[in-house]
Write a protein of this length. Structure first.
Ligand SMILES: [Zn+2]
Length: 124
């Protein structure tokens, strides 16, 4: 999945702004093991949209989804809204971080190079 961040596309700039606030998102797993996020609305911080990489319940996306589906149900995917772009961006960042340090979490504790681990002395 790729992103185009462009000053000509206000949506991508908004997506960056939203992704920068990812610390404040809610996150959970949907029934089909997708990541779903509660992303605060930019116009009303007390309102959270339910967003996944493929859907959003904001008015913008619902309008696009309605427009896209009737004529060409397969050809035209509904245009992603800024929340979905932000979620995709965030998921990519998380994945990139995991790929950059895959061993820092799973590495077993190393004792060989630790001097304090050699605590026993010869018997004589
Ligand atoms: Zn949205």
């Amino acid at each position: 999945m790729s992103f185009t961040i462009s000053a000509d596309d206000p949506r991508s700039i908004r997506a960056l702004e939203i992704a920068a606030e990812a610390d404040h998102w809610l996150q959970w797993r949907t029934a089909d093991e997708q990541s779903a996020f509660g992303v605060p609305s930019q116009s009303d911080p007390n309102h959270y949209y339910v967003v996944t990489a493929a859907s959003c319940d904001c008015p913008d996306f619902r309008r696009n989804a309605l427009e896209a589906s009737p004529a060409q149900p397969r050809a035209a995917e509904p245009r992603a809204c800024k929340h979905m772009l932000a979620v995709r961006l965030y998921c990519e960042l998380v994945r990139a971080e995991r790929m950059m340090r895959p061993r820092s979490i799973t590495r077993p504790p190393s004792t060989a190079s630790d001097p304090s681990a050699i605590s026993h002395r010869p018997l004589s």
